[in-house]
Design a protein around this ligand. Structure first.
Ligand code: GDP
Ligand code: MG
Length: 276
């Protein structure tokens, strides 16, 4: 419970002496104090360059595959990408389409494509875009492995910022002949609101050191509490409580609480009756 109270009160917000709260009377924050905007601004040089490279290549591609993280389907939308693609036909969203679904959608799109300008072109060129760390490179590698049974051609990473420039074309299918360009993830230079930024940061769309684990955990805690989702309690509280318990026992053994007579009550019962 001590762990729960510390968590429910928000990291670093616990006041000493506050009463333990039972889960059913848990009072949680109704608002999250936003971090300073600069904590969530991330548009480093490689993104700026990547964006210009992408814009330049956009005109030369037959299709754009926009990859989204299902945990942030809205916070992960990049208005700049949407604007740049506004003039192009957009196929319906392929939510949860799976790899074969994506490949099918791509093939259908390609089959129906007006290619008046380059009707003689033999191959199709696509570009994969999306915010950082959303699975763009993984998708390309998976398409390549499903269609060509070839090894990975573009590096995948758990951190944002692994793909740093618009890479050369990667072949992902032979019939029809399809090439895909990987791109660096781009975040908007100015994010829409702190919560969108924190949600993206939780999904590792920014490098963790920028926002910091404390703010990330605090926001996640706020988010879960607001939804009465306490799944973090067994996950978090158990090791915390054990650690706290060990600390307390060690403190007792080392005399940190003074000389405590554990048997004081038993001794009192046995005390001889007062004389007289
Ligand atoms: N859970 C889950 N993780 C994925 C998926 N696709 C990629 N990942 C992981 O997300 C991380 C980033 O993938 P990557 O392809 O490098 O993303 P990119 O930055 O958009 O190119 C890696 O740790 C991948 O293993 C997916 O569909 N589901
Ligand atoms: Mg990548």
């Amino acid at each position: 419970m001590a762990g729960l109270r510390a968590l429910a009160g928000g990291l670093g917000r616990r006041r000493p002496g506050t009463r333990l709260l039972a889960t059913d009377t848990l009072r949680v924050r109704q608002q999250f104090e936003p971090p300073p905007p600069e904590a969530l601004q991330w548009f480093p040089g490689h993104m700026r360059d990547g964006w210009h490279q992408m814009e330049a290549k956009l005109r030369a591609v037959d299709a754009v595959i926009e990859v989204h993280d299902a945990r942030v389907p809205l916070s992960g939308r990049n208005a700049r990408i949407a604007q740049a693609l506004a003039a192009r036909p957009r196929p319906a969203d392929q939510a949860d389409a799976g790899l074969r679904g994506v490949a099918r959608a791509l093939a259908a799109l390609i089959a129906g494509q007006e290619r008046a300008a380059r009707a003689d072109a033999r191959e199709f060129n696509c570009m994969v875009v999306g915010v950082p760390n959303v699975g763009k490179s993984s998708l390309i590698n998976a398409l390549r492995s499903v269609h060509l049974r070839r090894a990975a051609a573009t590096p995948v990473g758990t951190r944002a910022g692994v793909t740093r420039s618009v890479l050369t074309r990667i072949k992902v299918s032979a019939r029809p002949l399809i090439y895909v360009r990987d791109t660096p993830g781009v975040l908007e230079p100015r994010l829409e609101g702190a919560e969108a930024g924190l949600r993206l940061a939780l999904c590792a769309a920014m490098q963790d050191h920028l926002v910091g684990p404390r703010l990330l955990a605090d926001y996640l805690l706020y988010w879960m509490n607001r939804r009465a989702n306490h799944a973090y309690v067994p996950y978090m509280a158990r090791p915390d409580v054990r650690e706290a318990a060990l600390h307390m026992v060690r403190g007792f053994r080392s005399g940190a609480f003074g000389q405590l007579l554990l048997d004081d009550d038993v001794l009192e019962d046995r005390a001889p009756p007062p004389a007289g």
